[in-house]
Design a protein around this ligand. Structure first.
Ligand code: B12
Length: 365
C-alpha cells in the first residue's frame, strides 16, 4: 500500500476505534479564512466575546501554538441525532417546535467533551504515529484555532449557510478536534462525491437555517451575528439578556440547535457511538435550577459543558424560561432573586417584574 494511504488508514482506524470520525488531514495555511474571521470581528459579530479579539492574530498562524507545525489532523465526535431521548428521535427529520417545555442544546447532553477529546484524541494520534518522532498538540474548542476552516480544508465537508461545518451526509452534529503536528502528512484527498458538492455552494438554494432562526442571527448567509444568537446569549453572555430574545428561552434555555435541526443534511447524520459520554439530562426542575446553590450546581452540572455559562448564567436562563412558560413556581423564585448577591440575578428579577406589571396594566385597560 502507498505510504500516504497507509498513514491515513492508520489514523482512520486509530480515531475510529475510539468512537471518533477522522475527517482528514490538511496543511496549515488558513490565510483566507483568517481574513474572513478578522472582518467578522471588525463588524462586531462577536458581541461581548472579547477572548476572540484578544487572540485574533494567533488564529492566523498555527506555528504560534506549536512551533514547526506542518499539518493538522481533524477529527470529530458525533453527538446527534443523539437518541438521548425519545423526543429527540421523533425530531428527525428535525422540526423547530419544542416537543414540550424548554430544552438544552444537544451537545450539552454529553459529559464535558473537551477532556475526552483531548485525552483520547492524543492517544489516537500517538498510537497511529508510534513509529515516528513528532511533536503534536491537541486543540478542542478553547485554543485559538479556526477549527471549522481546517475541517472544511480537510476535504470531508463544507461550511453551511448556518456557518456550521457539515460533513455531507454525516451532518453537522459533530464536535471538532484538531491535532497539530510537526510531521508533514499528505493532505487527504476529497472523494469525488464530496468535491462536487464542496466546489459549488453545497447548500444550494436552501435557506432553511436562515428562515427558521427565530432571532435573525443568520440574516446574512455564512455569517452568524452573535448579538442575535440565542446560543450566545444563553451561554457566553455574562450580563442580562435583552428582553426581545426571551420568548425563545421557552424553547431552548441553554444553547440552541434550531439552525442545525432544520438542516436537511441532519436528516441522516451519525450517531454517538460512545454511550459512556451520554449523561442523564438533569432531573432538576427549572425552579431548582433558578435557585440552586453552589453545591447543587456542582453536583448537577459539574463535569458537563454547561459550566461554561457558570452557575448564575444558568440561574438567569432558568428564571427567564420560567417566566415565558408561566411556571407557577416563579413567584417564590423572584422573591429570593430580588435579594440575591449577584447583580445580574437581581436585575433579571426586576426585568421580569416590570414585564408582569406591564402585562397586568394591559389587562386592566
Ligand atoms: C465563538 C464560538 C461560538 C459563538 C459564535 C459562533 C460562530 N458561528 O462564529 C457562539 C456562542 C454563537 C457559538 C454557538 C455555537 N457553537 Co460554537 N464555537 C465558537 C468557537 C470557540 C470559535 C468560532 C469562531 O471563531 N467564530 C468566528 C467565525 C468567523 O469563524 P467560524 O465560525 O469558525 O467560521 C469560519 C468558517 O466558517 C469559514 N467561513 C465563514 N464564512 C464562510 C463562507 C464561505 C462561503 C466559506 C466557504 C467559508 C466560510 O471562515 C470562518 C473563519 O475561518 C468554536 C471553536 C473554535 N476554536 O473554532 C466553537 C464551535 C464553532 N462551536 C460549535 C458548536 C457545536 C456550537 C453550537 C452548535 C452550540 C449550541 N448548540 O448552542 C452553536 C452553533 C451556532 C452557529 N450556527 O454557529 C462547534 C461547531 C461544530 C461544527 N460542526 O461546525 C465548534 C467548532 C466547537 C467544537 N470544537 O466543536 N459558538
Amino acid at each position: 500500500m502507498d505510504e500516504t494511504i497507509q498513514i491515513h488508514e492508520r489514523l482512520r482506524e486509530s480515531f475510529g476505534s475510539r468512537g471518533f470520525l477522522l475527517l482528514g488531514v490538511t496543511g496549515i495555511d488558513v490565510a483566507e479564512d483568517h481574513t474572513r474571521f478578522l472582518h467578522w470581528l471588525e463588524a462586531g459579530n462577536h458581541g461581548g466575546m472579547d477572548f476572540l479579539v484578544r487572540n485574533s492574530e494567533i488564529r492566523g498562524d498555527l506555528n504560534r501554538l506549536l512551533p514547526g507545525t506542518k499539518s493538522a489532523v481533524i477529527f470529530a465526535l458525533p453527538y446527534a441525532p443523539a437518541g438521548t431521548s425519545e423526543q429527540d428521535k421523533a425530531q428527525v427529520p428535525a422540526q423547530v417546535e419544542a416537543p414540550s417545555g424548554p430544552r438544552i442544546a444537544k451537545y450539552a447532553r454529553l459529559r464535558d467533551y473537551h477532556k475526552v477529546m483531548w485525552q483520547e484524541g492524543d492517544a489516537a494520534f500517538t498510537a497511529a504515529m508510534s513509529d515516528r518522532s513528532t511533536e503534536h498538540r491537541v486543540c478542542v474548542d478553547s485554543a485559538p484555532v479556526l477549527e471549522r476552516a481546517l475541517a472544511a480544508q480537510s476535504g470531508s465537508g463544507f461550511i453551511g449557510k448556518n456557518t456550521c461545518f457539515i460533513a455531507g451526509k454525516q451532518g453537522s452534529f459533530l464536535l471538532l478536534g484538531i491535532v497539530l503536528t510537526t510531521l508533514e502528512i499528505a493532505p487527504t484527498k476529497m472523494p469525488a462525491e464530496i468535491k462536487s458538492r464542496t466546489n459549488a455552494n453545497s447548500c444550494g438554494g436552501c435557506r432553511r437555517c436562515q428562515t427558521h432562526c427565530p432571532t435573525g442571527a443568520l440574516d446574512q448567509a455564512w455569517n452568524l451575528d452573535s448579538r442575535r444568537c440565542l446560543s450566545y446569549w444563553t451561554i457566553e453572555n455574562r450580563g442580562t439578556i435583552p428582553e426581545e430574545f426571551w420568548p425563545w428561552l421557552g424553547k431552548y434555555w441553554y444553547g440552541c440547535d434550531i439552525c442545525q435541526d432544520v438542516c436537511p443534511y441532519n436528516r441522516t447524520g451519525v450517531k454517538l457511538e460512545r454511550s459512556d459520554l451520554q449523561r442523564p439530562v438533569e432531573k432538576l426542575a427549572l425552579e431548582q435550577v433558578a435557585t440552586m446553590d453552589q453545591e447543587l450546581y456542582e453536583q448537577t452540572f459539574g463535569g458537563t459543558p454547561m459550566t461554561r455559562a457558570k452557575r448564575n448564567g444558568l440561574r438567569r436562563n432558568a428564571m427567564i424560561a420560567m417566566f415565558v412558560t408561566a411556571n407557577p413556581g416563579l413567584d417564590s423564585v423572584l422573591k429570593k432573586a430580588l435579594q440575591d448577591e449577584d447583580p445580574v440575578i437581581q436585575e433579571t428579577a426586576r426585568q421580569i417584574l416590570r414585564r408582569i406589571h406591564i402585562r397586568i396594566m394591559n389587562i386592566a385597560k
